[in-house]
Design a protein around this ligand. Structure first.
Ligand code: NAD
Length: 453
């Protein structure tokens, strides 16, 4: 039986994806699919993740449509050959980098932002001129089946396919020949993807996770810091790859910060967050059990309530967290926020450097020198100073991890370039053909070479 990758490759080889008007039309159709079915998407996200409708709209609909619209607007510009200089040795000649699609791309997405994390890379691959197979997460079943029913209606099925399924189906896809694999999810599966890519020398982009720390320096504006940490942490009930995982706060301002966190939680979700229409749920019973168990690692001073029947875990702040507790070892990926006291920002930097490079790093400070010092002395996928999450929202800042948190960045132009080969082309003129460039290598030529090379 012909594999999906082969079927798409046959159409790709006929040039279906090359013309810019085709790419533009597909991207427009993607926007149309999201806009015309917005309500169905929000229903599916609510059923899968208890996602508040406004949150679903912002993170899974509007973010995608705005990325795709910007790709449409810049399609010609980003696909234009880039002129580069030509050294004397290659004269007479003109040099260009021609953006060329890589071929057939596989995009594998996770469940936490199941529309966004699937369609943004898919849009980049289409804008770059590729055929694409997309595999949504099986964990968010409602969103997956909605996408499966809509994608063939809106997009060109000869070169854009959606395959639903879990481990067996993904394993089957990974046995096929792709020209780029873009995977978002956990590092264990990231390694499986990379190992599978080896046999065809397929390049991979791995968008992984990990523990993203927050540093609260003694100079921070505590109210603003608490509100921004609270927003980033409890968005999607903590199930965000760049959610603040834990906070390292200067002990001199710890109590003030925790106090402000409490106020922010009440302001955002009311006295009873369980009743709030702005607060989500844990995706599955398995994840609920895993996150609830992590609570043991500290003392809940805010929140702490759970309800297995509705997969609810309150926005929870933990103090007295033991460094060896499981919550300080694995990515929490849920609404628990451990607070660790540090004597200085230096101590926080040392802690970060003793652990795998985080996907995101957040530092709150009123002192620019402290921010510069933290940025200079640590390595992270991305940084927001005096904020959380927001570096992700700037398409001019490529988003991705480093080391354990992943490889490769996307969004905006970088999300198109990722799926292209910048083919270097030197075109030489024929009017001049100086014999200096050819043998025999006389002493006179050698002297000239020494001067010009
Ligand atoms: P998940 O369980 O949905 O898995 C992700 C994808 O991998 C799914 O499509 C799934 O079908 C596939 N998969 C699972 N097991 C597989 C296997 N054995 N072989 C092949 N494919 C397999 O999502 P997840 O991994 O639980 O997602 C959470 C993780 O993803 C967290 O670590 C989070 O930080 C990270 N994440 C990273 C980003 C980012 O942009 N860097 C974004 C979101 C989530």
């Amino acid at each position: 039986m012909t594999s999906v990758a082969e079927t798409l490759r046959n159409s790709y080889n006929k040039g279906v994806t090359r013309p810019l008007p085709w790419r533009k039309h597909q991207l427009e159709q993607m926007v149309k699919m999201l806009e015309e079915n917005e309500s169905a998407f929000l229903d599916a996200l609510a059923a899968d993740l208890g996602k508040p409708r406004v949150e679903g709209f912002i993170t899974d609909i509007a973010f995608v449509t705005s990325e795709v619209k910007s790709m449409i607007k810049n399609l010609k510009k980003w696909n234009k050959p880039e002129r580069v200089g030509t050294p004397l040795v290659a004269m007479p000649g003109k040099s260009r980098l021609i953006p060329e699609p890589v071929g057939v791309v596989l995009v594998i997405a996770p469940w936490n932002y199941p529309v966004h994390l699937l369609l943004v890379p898919v849009a980049g691959a289409i804008a770059a001129g590729n055929a694409v197979v997309m595999k949504p997460s099986e964990v968010t079943t409602n969103t997956s089946s909605l996408l499966a029913s809509l994608v063939p209606k809106y997009l060109d099925s000869s070169v854009i396919a959606l395959v639903e399924g879990g481990v067996p189906e993904t394993t089957d896809l990974l046995e096929q020949h792709f020209d780029h694999i873009f995977y978002t999810g956990n590092g264990t599966v990231g390694r499986i993807v990379m190992a599978a890519a080896v046999k065809n020398l397929t390049p991979v982009t791995l968008e992984l996770g990990g523990k993203s720390p927050v540093i609260i320096d003694a100079s921070a504006n505590l109210r603003v810091a608490a509100r921004r940490v609270a927003w980033g942490k409890w968005l999607n009930a903590g199930q965000t790859c760049i959610a603040p995982d834990y906070v390292m706060v200067n002990s001199s301002v710890r109590d003030g910060f925790v106090d402000e966190l409490g106020k922010a939680i009440t302001e955002f979700f009311g006295e009873e967050p369980k009743e709030s229409e702005s607060y989500g749920r844990i995706v599955s019973p398995n994840h609920f059990a895993r996150v609830s168990a992590l609570m043991e690692g500290g003392t809940a001073v805010i929140g702490g309530e759970t309800d297995a029947a509705t997969r609810y875990i309150a926005p929870t702040v933990l103090l007295d967290v033991h460094p060896d507790a499981q919550i300080m070892k694995e990515e929490i990926f849920g609404p628990l926020l451990p607070i660790v006291d540090v004597a200085s920002t230096d101590e926080a930097i040392a802690h970060i450097n003793a652990n795998p490079h985080p996907l995101a790093l957040y530092v709150f400070t009123g002192d620019k020198r402290v921010a510069a010092d933290v940025i200079d002395r640590t390595t992270a996928g991305g940084v927001t100073v005096n904020g959380t999450i927001m570096h992700f929202s700037n398409p001019n800042l490529p988003f991705g991890g480093i080391g354990e948190s992943g490889m490769g960045g996307y969004h905006g132009k970088s999300g198109v370039r990722l799926f292209q080969h910048m083919k270097p082309v030197l075109t030489r003129g024929t009017k001049m053909d100086p014999s200096i460039a050819y043998p025999p290598y006389t002493d006179r030529k050698a002297k000239i070479f020494r001067k010009v090379l």
